[in-house]
Design a protein around this ligand. Structure first.
Ligand SMILES: CCCCCCCCCCCC[C@H](C)C(=O)SCCNC(=O)CCNC(=O)[C@H](O)C(C)(C)COP(=O)(O)OP(=O)(O)OC[C@H]1O[C@@H](n2cnc3c(N)ncnc32)[C@H](O)[C@@H]1OP(=O)(O)O
Length: 361
């Protein structure tokens, strides 16, 4: 989706006979439906792949090779091809063929052990870190790097994008900041993992929440001031043994006003206090509104605007509906110089599926 947002033409290869798609990241993509259990469909896919700049495959290790669509086969026919393989555990190692999901990859990356509140078990923050940050985003980054390199060398290459490694790499700070003593204490008791009272969320009187990130002393001072507290009555900010008591004080005070009331006190200060917005509230927040950070598509669905914003060539997210499965099969095959008769033959044999009629409804 990111690559499509930023101008790539992306063709998603779908299965046939599927009632509905679960690809919620289909924005701007085209859909071609092929029954890859048929060698004829594999031959169609091979023809599409070798004429493309990039192939992105998300299957378990060995699936593409079994179909004769492994990187060796495709790169032989198109040495400029960039062949990206997005998996959980990578293409080698004892877990390479094992099933898994975000939480498993996050666990193996080491990062899951650090996530969670004090005295609680590790907690996976949705499926953001391995699936999306370490997986999809890192893979897209790898593709862009390989395209850049190809513009110099003229050669394609294989990208082995492991979500375990991608997540760990995104988390490099955790390893490289250990020397600062940032992670010396148990999970949930350090400065940035909800251990510090000045880096946490607080419930407000209307049942909403605010986020507090007042690390530097000058910002912390503004926090204390905004809360109407007197520094002289409080323990020192960095006195770790006093953090539980300080948290109690902050909890009590934050619970006396609504989120909006705290907004009026802290907006425009450097106290680093912000409302915790829901996915539905982001659109109407004045800051987000001013920047156009979120938009509504033609279906009325709210989405984040593609980031970052490039000055000359900003991404233009497609605003029309996602493709139906097989909506573009015929058009794409024609473009790749399949004869009309050939397409009809594949269609009647159930090897491909076209859903243009449904698309026009
Ligand atoms: C009730 C359910 C509702 C569901 C609602 C949807 C909700 C969405 C929620 C999203 C949650 C996301 C979660 C948290 C995640 O972490 S997603 C990340 C999952 N992991 C990965 O993607 C890592 C890489 N992939 C894998 O490891 C594996 O693909 C997998 C995810 C474990 C799934 O394994 P498995 O189902 O056995 O498939 P694979 O071994 O990859 O083999 C795929 C088989 O499908 C076939 N195939 C492919 N395309 C076609 C086609 N067009 N037509 C016909 N067949 C097709 C392949 O040929 C292959 O077949 P075979 O080799 O098994 O015979």
């Amino acid at each position: 989706m990111i690559l499509a947002d930023f101008g790539a033409r992306v063709i998603r290869v779908d299965r046939t006979k599927v009632a509905m798609t679960v690809d919620t990241q289909a924005r701007g993509k085209q859909s071609v439906a092929l029954n890859l259990k048929s060698p004829k469909a594999v031959a169609v896919l091979k023809r599409l792949c070798v004429q493309s700049d990039v192939v992105l495959e998300p299957y378990r290790k060995g699936v593409m090779e079994k179909m004769g669509l492994g990187p060796e086969d495709l790169l032989k026919e198109n040495p400029r091809l960039i062949y990206a393989r997005l998996t959980g555990y990578g293409q080698s190692g004892s877990y390479a063929r094992a099933a898994g999901h975000d939480i498993n990859y996050l666990a193996l990356s080491g990062l899951l052990s650090m996530l969670g509140r004090s005295s609680e078990k590790p907690y996976a923050p949705l499926n953001l870190v391995a699936d999306f940050a370490g997986g999809g985003l890192m893979c897209a980054f790898g593709i862009v790097l390989a395209l850049l390199e190809r513009s110099r060398s003229g050669q394609g290459q294989i990208i082995d994008a492991s979500m375990v490694e991608g997540a760990a790499y995104v988390g490099s700070f955790m390893w490289k900041s250990r020397s600062l003593g940032l992670w010396n204490r148990p999970r949930g008791e350090n400065m940035l993992d909800s251990g510090a009272p000045f880096y946490d969320t607080y419930r407000t009187s209307d049942g909403k929440y605010v986020a507090v990130g007042a690390i530097e002393p000058q910002f912390y001072e503004e926090l204390v001031q905004g809360l109407g507290l007197d520094d002289a009555d409080l323990p020192s900010q960095m006195s770790v043994s006093d953090w539980p008591q300080l948290r109690q004080t902050f909890t009590r005070v934050f619970a006396t006003k609504t989120q909006a009331e705290w907004g009026r006190i802290f907006d425009g200060t450097d106290a680093c206090v912000t409302p915790v917005l829901s996915l539905d509230e982001v659109l109407s927040h004045p800051h987000n509104q001013a920047r156009g950070s979120f938009f509504k598509d033609s279906q009325g669905e709210i989405s984040p605007r593609p980031a970052p914003v490039l000055s000359r060539s900003p991404a233009e997210a497609c605003r029309s509906r996602d493709p139906f499965i097989g909506e573009h099969t015929r058009a794409v095959l024609k473009e790749y110089r399949f004869e009309e008769a050939q397409i009809e033959q594949l269609l009647s044999a159930g090897i491909i599926e076209c859903n243009e009629a449904k698309a026009r409804l």
